[in-house]
Design a protein around this ligand. Structure first.
Ligand SMILES: Cc1cc2nc3c(=O)[nH]c(=O)nc-3n(C[C@H](O)[C@H](O)[C@H](O)COP(=O)(O)OP(=O)(O)OC[C@H]3O[C@@H](n4cnc5c(N)ncnc54)[C@H](O)[C@@H]3O)c2cc1C
Length: 373
C-alpha cells in the first residue's frame, strides 16, 4: 500500500512510523518541522494515563500506547516516557475516578486508591481535606511530546518513509502542495490537527481554542523522583512535577477562547489568577512561586471529544484523522495501529470515530465540565 499522510503531529507521524515499519510506502508531509510548537503536538510534555472514566476503549488504547511508546524508545534511543505516576484527586466517592478505577481493574491495569494522608506524603506540599480519595496510576506519567513526534518521524524515515516539507490542499483524492506538486497514493490521510476543519468544510466540525500552560519554580523538592503528575478532574486542573528543569506545570483545562489555527500564539498568562487560587488550595507552598514561563497552544476539539478517524464521505481513498480534543497525544501510536489495520481492510474503527457531525458529550480530557454546546 502507498500512503500519503499530511500532518506530522502525534497522529500522522505515528501512522507514518507504523506503516513504514510494516513495509508500506509512505510520504509524510508537513508545513512545519515535526515538533514545531505551532502544532498541537509541539511543546515539551503531555500526560499519559489510562483513566478515561468508564470508557473501556480509550482505557485499553492508552495502555497499548504506553507499550508502543516504549517500542519507539527502543528503536530510536530517545527517552520519551517518565513513569512518575499520575494521581487523580477524587472529590466524590463515585465520580470519574471511581469509574476509571473500575475500568482499569477490569483490564488489569495498575491503579491504587490512596488515603488523602498517604497521597499528601508524595508531594512536597499538598492539601486534600476536600477530597474523598486519590487514585494513583503508578505506571502512568508523562510523555515528552516534541521529542516524541521527532522520534516517530525520524523512525518512519529510517524505515523508508519520504518526509516532505510543504503545505498541502486536497484536490479530489490527491494532495497538492503549494509548489504544485501532486501527491497521490492508494490512500491519502489528512491528519492536520486544528487545520482539518478548514480543509474539509462541511465534512467535520472541530473547534480550535487557545490554551495555556503555566510553569512555576517550586524549588528542588518538586524535581525529586516519585512526585506524581496530577489531575483534578472536577476542578479542571492538571499538571506535572518539575521535569527536565521546566518548572512545576499547572494548567486550567477549561476551553479557552476560539483562535484561528494560523494565528500567532501569544504567551500572556491570562489564567494565572485562577491557577494561583488553585495552587493555594491544593499545593499551598506554590501559591506565590515565581512564574517561570507561560506556554500557549491550541486544542482541536471535536464536538463530543471523541477522536476522528474515518473515510471522507465522497472519496473512498481519503481518510481524516484528528480531533485529539485535549487528550490525543498519548494515544498516537495505538491509534496508528488501529487506523493502519482499518486501512488494510482489517478490524473497522469504532463508529463514534467517523467523520460527520456529533452530539456534544462528556469530555475525555482532564476537565470534568466538558459538555459542549
Ligand atoms: C495545552 C495542551 C495540553 C494537552 N495535554 C495533553 C495531555 O496531557 N495528554 C494527551 O494525551 N494529550 C494532550 N493534549 C492533546 C494533544 O496534544 C493533541 O490531541 C494532539 O497533539 C493532536 O495531534 P494531531 O496530530 O491531531 O495534531 P497536530 O499536532 O496539530 O499535528 C497536525 C499537523 O498537521 C500539519 N498541517 C496542518 N495542515 C497542513 C497542511 N495543509 N499541509 C501540511 N501540513 C499541515 C501541522 O503543521 C501539524 O504539524 C494537549 C494539548 C494541548 C494544547
Amino acid at each position: 500500500m502507498d500512503v500519503v499522510i499530511v500532518g506530522a503531529g502525534t497522529f500522522g507521524a505515528s501512522l507514518a512510523w507504523w506503516l513504514a515499519r510494516g513495509g508500506h510506502g509512505v510520504t509524510l508531509v508537513d508545513q512545519f518541522e515535526p515538533g514545531d510548537r505551532r502544532a498541537t503536538s509541539g511543546g515539551e510534555t503531555r500526560l499519559i494515563r489510562c483513566s478515561h472514566g468508564e470508557d473501556p476503549d480509550y482505557t485499553a488504547m492508552a495502555w497499548r500506547a504506553r507499550a508502543l511508546w516504549r517500542e519507539v524508545e527502543a528503536e530510536t534511543g530517545a527517552e520519551l516516557l517518565v513513569d512518575c505516576g499520575v494521581a487523580w484527586f477524587a472529590s466524590g466517592e463515585d465520580g470519574w475516578e471511581a469509574a476509571s478505577e473500575r475500568a482499569m481493574l477490569a483490564q488489569g491495569i495498575p491503579c491504587e486508591r490512596l488515603e488523602v494522608a498517604e497521597a499528601a506524603r508524595r508531594y512536597p506540599s499538598f492539601r486534600g481535606d476536600d477530597l474523598a480519595f486519590v487514585l494513583l496510576e503508578p505506571e502512568a506519567g508523562v510523555v515528552r511530546a516534541q521529542r516524541g513526534v521527532q522520534a516517530l518521524a525520524g523512525a518512519a524515515a529510517a524505515h523508508g518513509a519520504r518526509v516532505v516539507r510543504g503545505r498541502a490542499r486536497p484536490e479530489g483524492a490527491a494532495a497538492v502542495l503549494d509548489d504544485g506538486t501532486r501527491l497521490e497514493g492508494d490512500v491519502v490521510v489528512w491528519a492536520c490537527g486544528g487545520w482539518l476543519a478548514a480543509l474539509f468544510p462541511g465534512v467535520l466540525r472541530i473547534a480550535v481554542t487557545r490554551q495555556e500552560l503555566l510553569f512555576v519554580d517550586g524549588g528542588p523538592a518538586w524535581r525529586e523522583a516519585g512526585v506524581p503528575a496530577w489531575v483534578d478532574y472536577d476542578r479542571a486542573m492538571y499538571g506535572t512535577p518539575d521535569l527536565d528543569g521546566l518548572g512545576f506545570k499547572a494548567a486550567l483545562d477549561l476551553e479557552g477562547p476560539a483562535i484561528d489555527p494560523d494565528a500567532a500564539l501569544d504567551d500572556e498568562p491570562t489564567t494565572e489568577p485562577i491557577v494561583r487560587t488553585y495552587l493555594r488550595d491544593r499545593f499551598p507552598a506554590l501559591e506565590h512561586a515565581p512564574l517561570l514561563e507561560t506556554r500557549t497552544c491550541r486544542y482541536e476539539l471535536s464536538p463530543d471529544s471523541h477522536f476522528i478517524a474515518g473515510r471522507h464521505p465522497e472519496h473512498d481513498g481519503v481518510w481524516l484523522l484528528g480531533g485529539g480534543s485535549g487528550h490525543g497525544f498519548k494515544h498516537g501510536p495505538a491509534m496508528a495501529e488501529r487506523v493502519a489495520g482499518a486501512l488494510a481492510g482489517g478490524k473497522p474503527l469504532p463508529e463514534r470515530f467517523a467523520a460527520g457531525d456529533r452530539i456534544p458529550g462528556r469530555s475525555f480530557r482532564t476537565a470534568g465540565s466538558g459538555v459542549r454546546t
